[in-house]
Design a protein around this ligand. Structure first.
Ligand SMILES: Cc1cc2nc3c(=O)[nH]c(=O)nc-3n(C[C@H](O)[C@H](O)[C@H](O)COP(=O)(O)O)c2cc1C
Ligand code: SF4
Length: 451
């Protein structure tokens, strides 16, 4: 792999990295100036499209293509929502960007707004991120003071206001239409699509929703060009894969010696990330399994750690995708039962409850996992979990949003990849009943009625 020069985290360890003067001293806002001086919005969109930038928020949708979905010649207003809700477990790359280098996020937001003709941007910041909120507001204030926000920015015809919106502290607020509902002051219930936000989003106007890391890539694409961007990462592997280009922020957490947020070329393998950036598994132990990109993406076994962490890699071993590229490492002492129990608890708690398959499926699986953990499991519970995981989500077409798909993948992967360990646990903890054929009263058995 050629030498890799980090750009997204280039400022991060400098003293006062969050200030305008430090950002500008490192070349910050030169992309904005370049765009305002000599590029049309269409040229910016074309450059982002040609670079192959794909969204970093989880779904990997091509960013330039998304911007191109806005209705042409719309009288406005057009809104930009920056999705900094960042609630996927173990994901903190956007927190690092917003706390340590908020101007990079702002410059990306400004160029994204210029390209899409948005005149108002909202940055929806996770409720639990007070420092990010404070630093972003300081950065926004600095920009207004220097005519880098407001009317006729830097003497051009570009007008833009950026507002922060504090999140409502729920995972579902990160789903783009849930975010829009929350921004409008309502509970964050995702909307049925279509219409997609590009046509009818915030306040029923055309809206783009992008992740902070996604827009943070844009100034670098403008400054360094398409060839540079495409020299990093993994080219397309087939007609259904547009490729995975550019630098990526990977979060590494769990049982490693050096947990943290690391920038690497898209496509680093999970094993490289754990061994090199993460400093290896702690206490001299071995990896048992790892989450590839937030728990909603599923689970990798030790043997699967050589897959590339790009948009296509995790799918080759039965995971949902790259997700947020947040890798959680679990050593050999972790029980698969505990892992899945915690995943199921999370999704049951966070389901917004609008769709029956998600509401019932997540709470049913949570109760089954409670029962297994409490020593009342049956082999057939594993098939029920698989059955639930095949029946909920956008993919089987039963729910409004992707939370249910996210709930399904840990179940699918854990039960399929670690079935033997589940069966051992059930046999050991419930020797009398593990083969039981008839339904048992789950709630009564473990005394959690009313849970
Ligand atoms: C339940 C759920 C939670 C999500 N949470 C986030 C989040 O915290 N941040 C984020 O950027 N995207 C999140 N997404 C994805 C967004 O819906 C959307 O695809 C993304 O913000 C688009 O930005 P991008 O194209 O720049 O990736 C979530 C999706 C789902 C289904
Ligand atoms: S899939 Fe789940 S979280 Fe998403 S809208 Fe339906 S009930 Fe709510």
């Amino acid at each position: 792999m050629p030498d890799f020069e980090p750009v997204l985290l280039a400022n991060v360890n400098k003293p006062d990295s969050h200030t305008l003067s430090v950002y500008e001293a490192g070349g910050g806002y030169s992309a904005l100036r370049k765009v305002l001086k000599g590029m049309s919005p269409t040229e910016v969109i074309d450059q982002v499209k040609a670079a192959g930038l794909r969204g970093r928020g989880g779904a990997g949708f091509p960013t330039g293509v998304k911007w191109g979905f806005l209705p042409p010649n719309h009288p406005g207003p057009i809104y930009m929502c920056i999705n900094a809700d960042e609630s996927e477990p173990a994901t903190f790359n956007n927190r690092i960007l917003m706390e340590q280098d908020p101007h990079q996020v702002l410059e990306g937001t400004m160029i994204a707004c210029y390209a899409t003709k948005a005149t108002t941007a909202y940055i929806y910041v996770r409720y639990e991120y007070p420092t990010a909120y404070k630093r972003l507001q300081m950065a926004i204030d600095e920009c207004y003071a220097k005519n880098m926000l407001g009317n006729k920015i830097l003497g051009s015809d570009f007008n833009l206001n950026i507002y922060l919106h504090r999140g409502a502290a729920a995972y579902i607020c990160g789903e783009e239409t849930g975010l829009i509902e929350s921004l409008e002051g309502k509970r964050a219930w995702p909307r049925i699509k279509p219409p997609f936000p590009a046509v009818e989003g915030a306040f029923r106007k055309p809206t783009v929703v992008n992740n902070p890391e996604t827009v943070a890539n844009v100034p670098h694409i403008i400054n360094r060009g398409v060839d540079w961007y495409k020299s990093i990462g993994v080219p397309s592997t087939g007609p259904r894969d547009p490729g995975s280009y550019g630098p990526k922020l990977y979060c590494v957490s769990g049982h490693v010696n050096k947990p943290g947020c690391y920038e690497a070329p898209m496509g680093i393998t999970c094993r490289e990330l754990i061994e090199n950036q993460g400093g290896g598994v702690w206490k001299g132990r071995k990896v048992k399994m790892a989450v590839p990109g937030g728990i909603s993406m599923g689970l990798l076994t030790e043997k699967e750690l050589d897959i590339k962490l790009d948009f296509a890699g995790p799918g080759t071993v039965g995971c949902l995708g790259l997700g947020t590229a947040a890798v959680t490492v679990m050593d050999e002492t972790v029980s698969i039962v505990d892992y899945l129990h915690n995943c199921c608890r999370f999704f049951a708690h966070e389901s917004c409850g609008q769709c029956t398959p998600c509401r019932e499926g997540t709470s049913w699986s949570e109760r089954i996992m409670h029962r297994i953990k409490a020593g009342k499991g049956r082999f057939k519970d594993l098939d029920i979990l698989l059955n639930i995981s095949e029946s909920i989500g956008i993919m089987p077409g039963t729910t409004i949003c992707g939370l249910a798909d996210g709930a399904a993948w840990p179940m699918k992967n854990a039960v399929k990849k670690f079935r033997g360990e589940f069966e051992d646990y059930i046999r050991r903890t419930n020797p009398a009943g593990f083969m039981e054929e008839h339904a048992v009263e789950a709630l009564e058995l473990v005394g959690i009625a009313g849970h």
